[in-house]
Design a protein around this ligand. Sequence first.
Ligand code: XMP
Length: 333
Amino acid sequence: DWVMRDHIAEAVEKIRAQVGDEEVILGLSGGVDSSVAAALIHRAIGDQLTCVFVDHGLLRLNEGDMVMDMFAGKLHAKVVRVDASALFLGELAGVSDPEQKRKIIGRLFVEVFKAEAAKLTASGASKQGAKWLAQGTIYPDVIESGGAKSKKAVTIKSHHNVGGLPEQLGLKLLEPLRDLFKDEVRELGVALGLPHDMVYRHPFPGPGLGVRILGEVKKDYADLLRRADAIFIEELRSTIEPNSGKSWYDLTSQAFTVFLPVKSVGVMGDGRTYDYVVALRAVQTSDFMTADWAELPYSLLKRVSGRIINEVRGINRVTYDVSSKPPATIEWE
Ligand code: XMP
């Protein structure tokens, strides 16, 4: 539409004026904010932008490839994908405390990103090296950093809108979404040509599947969880609630699968199984501070559980989490 086209033109001009012919680095996570920031900056300055996508190995099924297909493939943006999964899984081995896991993931994420950014700022990578660090900071983030924060909020911040990083890297900060609310960022994303499904995604925590595998994180667990979660999300997307005409994905604020590292007995054919358990979690909320568990139709739950147990060898039991927040949190860790 009109207003949005004007807005894009204005934002593009502003970025060009700010940056001139200098180069920009952006940390791409696959989330809405960094994706829209990347698309907007790319529209403005093309190859002067290099996106750095740190793949910590705790992403959802095919997520890394989808990010690459979209940004490198369709938008023809410069994207460096850093496959750091071995590093992350190595450092996480033997660690089961949730906050400890968050700290390790957050620290490694910053380290890997800094190392990659340092390569791009050093002369040699280009004539002069990058001078700017772009971040997908949005207006609510700006307000939040003024007020009191919980320990978790600090972690969220330090992970996503990496505080102090521009100074450490000697870079100037570019934040083209600073004045926008989330719904405006989404509209902008669609207007820039990003797929609706990407822009209207549920939030995904920075530590990713690291906090959805209870206790110690192992690659085998992550692989099972990815497949089970993909089935749940696929069924939520394809099941339409008749009164609203919306999918159950759109009717929930956040939905995902949690891997429980315990085994339970089951029966398959003539044989006994002794396999892992997953929990499905789906909530409705407006601010994520409180949340109700979603009253998903039994028929949907039945289909999801049937598919997971039949299609994912290694999981023989599916449970549904009927806890609201508070006192439970949305994530299990
Ligand atoms: P809880 O589990 O505290 O989650 O009810 C509230 C919202 O915050 C997200 N979340 C995180 N996001 N890093 C993030 O970037 C984190 O460490 C983190 N922990 C929770 C969670 O997914 C939910 O949307």
